[in-house]
Structure formats: C-alpha cells, structure tokens
Design a protein around this ligand. Structure first.
Ligand SMILES: *Cc1c(COP(=O)(O)O)cnc(C)c1O
Length: 357
C-alpha cells in the first residue's frame, strides 16, 4: 500500500523536441537534481536516444554517475569548480562551468599539468549575482585575455533572473550585458535561455539553450496555457474510509472540523514522501476527474481528503496527488512554492514506474 510515481519518458522526450523546435537552435537538457526528481538515470539516456547531445547537472557527483549512461555526450557541471576536483573532471570527460578568476586559474594550472587544453564553459554574471564573472572580472579578462589561455572554451553562459516574467526589463538588460561581455572576450559560442527564456523571442536564441523545468512539464509561461506535456503522476492508495460527525476534528490538532457529516479518505502518503505539509487544508486529490479537498494536516505518512461527494471511492483505490489533473505548478500554488520544488521534493519511498501516463 505505497504511493506510486509514474513517469512518462516519451512525454519528456516530446517536451525536449518541442523545446528544441521553439528554440530554433541547439538545445541541451538540464538533468540536475536527479532530473528534477524524476530519475536522471532514466531521463538522460532517453533524451540521448532522442538526439540530445548536451546535458547539464549541478554537481560533479551527479555528472560522474551519468557519464557511463551518456556515452559521447557533453556533460556540463553548473556549480563551479574546485581545484581538488580537476582530476575527476578529466578522468570522466566532464565540463566545468567556471565562474570566477580563481576557478579559471586553478583549472588552467591543472590543464597545463595535464598537457593539453581541457574544455570549460565561462559563466558571466549578468544580474543573478550568484555565480559567474562580475563586471570587474570581465574587465580584467578583456585587458589580459591570456587569463583565459590553455582552456578550450566551449561556451560563454549566463542565466536569466526572471525569464518567466517576459515584461521584466531585466531580461533585455541581461541580454545586453551578455552581448557586451561576450564582445570583449575571445570568440566563443553562447548559451543563454533556460526553459522560460526559450519563449522570450528570437533575440534570446543562442548556440545552446538549457531547459530543465519545461522538460518535466512545468509551465515555462506562467499565466498562459502550458505548452508542455504532463510527464508524471503521483498517486497513493486509500487505506481507510470513515464517516465523521459534525463537530469532529480530523488529523493532528484537529485543524479541520466537520461542518457536515463527512466521509474521510485516509491516503498512504505524507510529507515524508515529499508532499509538503504546507498543503494542509489547502490542496486536493483527484479521483475519476472528481476533486477531493485535502482536510486536516498532511502528516508524515498519511493525508486525509473529503470524499463525501464521491461515494464510488473505495478502499485501495489510488487517488492522484500530483499529475495531469493537479499539476506541480498548481500544487505549488497551495504551498507557496513553485513546480520545481514540488518535483524535486519527491522522495524515493514511492514505487517508480516508467510508463505512459
Ligand atoms: C537550473 C538551471 C537551468 C534550467 O532552468 P529551468 O528554469 O529549469 O529551465 C539552466 N541554467 C542554469 C545555470 C541552471 O542553474
């Protein structure tokens, strides 16, 4: 009686094709955080078979695991580079994203000792202010291009701050800053758009888009119809059905109290499965296209729903907690989160099936 997470690899592949077409240029696949919780070991090889040649993860350890599953593919590591990791990058043919002068210097030293140029991406900070060369660093490099020697620069990369908000003036500002910085650096290809950036228009086209979220069905254009396919469904079985009287509470602290005679469906899923406690008394489950409001607190292993209006619901039936009927973005709306966090919160306790939805 465990939750089931169904993941549709064909739908993820279809989303990658759609994003490639929308971008109109080379398109990578971001598979960090275990492919946003959906299983990088299955998602990445499927996308390789689909024709994807470039992949990104956040951490070196993620890349090392994927290397044998992605023969011949370019695997970039977004989170920067530590000198102690250099040999691992080289041994597994992985590509660091370098984002400050110290990282560049350390990688150059390693490449020199290694005897030939090693590949890297150059991260430029155009407004996110987390990683990447700052304006003063770009000045330094422009004044002394030798600082970049000895590395085979595959791309200059920048990351958009607010791509899902097309009206935000930071988008065009970042594009200008990126173009200006690139004009002062040795010629290299550019990598710009994330999922939402692909939909910002032609100026945001680059030699490599880097969508993640939209591959996994998250809407890259919030507020507009979602152009992506649903790729996952999280269901859990009903363990108990019971009728409670008016005035009775349900769950910890009695945070929900029956205002009418209520049939309570207790479902085998809780925050230990990554279903956020903040959904308490707010979210819903779906059964046969009918909506069952979440009542009471989400607890560790159990969550309760109001099944009063759905007498057909029976013990053992699976209800949908996240999926086509109630997408990650919608669940996130109940919990003050976003679809990314909803997906990456999913835990491995659920049985995973890779199948059509
Ligand atoms: C996570 C990430 C992406 C993918 O962003 P999405 O919004 O999920 O498409 C692209 N580039 C960088 C640098 C990232 O960290």
């Amino acid at each position: 009686m465990t939750p089931t997470l169904t993941i549709d690899l064909d739908a993820i592949a279809a989303n990658w094709r759609a994003l490639s077409a929308a971008h109109g240029g080379p398109t990578a696949a971001v598979v960090k955080a275990d492919a946003y919780g959906l299983g990088a070991d299955r998602v990445a090889p499927r996308l390789l078979a689909e024709g994807a040649t470039h992949f990104f993860v956040a951490q070196l350890a993620e890349a090392v695991v994927l290397r044998p599953l992605l023969p011949g593919a370019f695997i970039g590591v977004l989170n920067g580079f530590a000198a102690a990791e250099a040999a691992t990058y080289a041994a597994h043919d992985l590509v660091p994203v370098l984002g400050n002068l110290a990282e560049i210097a350390a990688y150059r030293r390693f490449a020199a000792a290694h005897g030939h140029k090693l590949p890297a991406l150059l991260h430029i900070d155009t407004g996110m202010h987390r990683l990447g060369l700052m304006a003063a660093d770009v000045d330094a490099v422009a004044a002394d291009p030798g600082l970049l020697d000895g590395i085979a620069w595959s791309y200059a990369l920048t990351h958009l701050v607010s791509a899902e908000t097309p009206d935000d003036p930071i988008n065009i500002l970042q594009l200008q800053r990126f173009n200006q910085a690139c004009a002062r650096l040795p010629t290299m290809r550019r990598s710009l758009a994330n999922s939402s950036g692909i939909f910002l228009g032609e100026e945001f086209r680059s030699e490599l888009a880097r969508p993640g979220a939209a591959l996994y069905g998250i809407n890259p254009r919030p507020g507009l119809p979602n152009p992506m396919r649903s790729v996952m469904r999280l269901t859990a079985p009903v363990l108990q059905l019971r009728d409670v009287k008016v005035g009775e509470g349900v769950g910890y602290n009695g945070s929900w109290v029956a205002k009418r005679p209520t049939r309570v469906a207790t479902v085998a899923l809780g925050y230990a499965d990554g279903y956020h406690r903040a959904a308490s008394n707010r979210a819903a489950a779906f059964f046969d296209a009918a909506r069952l409001p979440l009542i009471g607190r989400v607890s560790m292993d159990l969550t309760t729903f109001d099944a009063t209006d759905h007498p057909a619901l029976a013990l053992g039936d699976h209800v949908e907690l996240i999926g086509p009927a109630i997408p990650p973005d919608e669940v996130a709306g109940f919990t003050g989160s976003n679809g990314y966090e909803v997906l990456t919160s999913l835990r491995h306790r659920a049985v995973r099936r890779y199948a059509a939805l």
